[in-house]
Design a protein around this ligand. Structure first.
Ligand code: SF4
Length: 213
């Protein structure tokens, strides 16, 4: 049983409530979306088919119990479920980051889901699978990547209409180099939104185009 893997690396988690913690990243190949701000286009096609036992071996070579499965879009390869199962059997805490166009209903209840809701400026808003909101757990996170005021107002409306502040954690991040961080923070404070503002930590630490960090 295999998965096409773009890269496996050990770094600092930088885009969730786990931000700042050491983490092993497993980046799966392929994505069915084409977000305007995508910074991982290299994962659309490139990768190597690896057996799950080989993936586990590579992950276990790092002495770290936090593992994030990301992409690309990790839910596109059905064997991701088996990978999660094996990781959880190995006592790993698994985070999975998804673009939000495919169902999360089959993901193990122990897995921490980071679900993107695509804002208008991504040009992928029409791909949001709204049914996913039924399956989001209190401990999961919904992420809005904000490129302009239209995105912010759209996110605020979605948060309020779906009572997301009481359903899960909410993240708001800027599109890198497109919008001033302070602007988003001022909007959040003015509206008293119960969201966590965050930046892509790895882009502040390393070169913004550096892979494997
Ligand atoms: S979902 Fe993620 S990987 Fe896919 S196009 Fe959008 S930003 Fe890129």
């Amino acid at each position: 049983m295999s998965l096409k893997i773009n890269e496996i690396y050990y770094s600092i988690q930088g885009e969730s409530s786990y931000s700042g913690l050491p983490c092993v990243f497993v980046r799966l190949t392929y994505c069915n979306l084409r977000c305007s701000y995508c910074d991982t286009e290299y994962a659309f096609y490139d990768g190597e088919n690896l057996e799950i036992k080989e993936i586990l071996k590579q992950i276990n070579s790092y002495k770290c119990n936090l593992v994030e499965i990301t992409g690309g879009e990790p839910l596109l390869q059905k064997n991701y479920i088996k990978l999660i199962e094996e990781l959880e059997k190995n006592d790993k805490k698994v985070l999975i980051e998804t673009g939000g166009s495919l169902t999360i209903k089959n993901i193990s209840k122990n897995t921490h889901i980071i679900l993107d809701l695509k804002c208008p400026s991504s040009n992928m808003e029409h791909k949001n699978l709204w049914d996913n909101l039924k399956y989001i757990k209190k401990t999961d996170e919904i992420k809005f990547v904000i490129g302009d005021k239209i995105d912010y107002d759209w996110s605020k409306k979605i948060i309020k209409e779906n009572d997301l502040e009481n359903k899960c954690l909410i993240l708001m991040s800027p599109v890198y180099d497109k919008i001033d961080n302070e602007e988003i923070i001022n909007w959040i404070l003015k509206d008293n939104l119960k969201v966590r503002f965050q930046i892509q930590l790895h882009k502040e630490i390393w070169d913004k185009d550096k892979k494997g960090v």
